[in-house]
Design a binder for this molecule. Sequence first.
Ligand code: HEM
Length: 89
Amino acid sequence: MFLAAANRDPRRWEAPDSYDITRRTSGHVGYGSGIHMCVGQLVARLEGEVMMAALARRVARIEMTGEPKRLFNNTLRGLEKLPVEITPA
Ligand code: HEM
């Protein structure tokens, strides 16, 4: 299965390329699916939550300062580079 394609399948997701914080994400395969589903996902989710909470407390604004560069990968979507400028709160 192509995980990145599945997470952007228009037959499953409305406006799949838009970031929608209100989207019901049940059924996404960001951490895989079935017997090989990511065993580290609880750690990864906790790390993400801790990092986002710390950023929200300390940062007023994050702005892109250049073009993002896509990661070249057959199955996963990601970025190799995302230049940003961070303004402290
Ligand atoms: C945002 C962070 C992470 C993402 C997006 C992610 C994503 C994934 C995905 C999509 C798979 C399934 C691959 C497949 O079907 O072939 C996977 C498997 C796996 N992940 Fe993660 N992962 C993350 C973090 C972690 C962490 C922190 C650990 C360990 C502490 C971990 C350990 C593993 C292992 C051991 C597998 C293989 C499970 C198996 O084949 O039975 N991952 N991960």
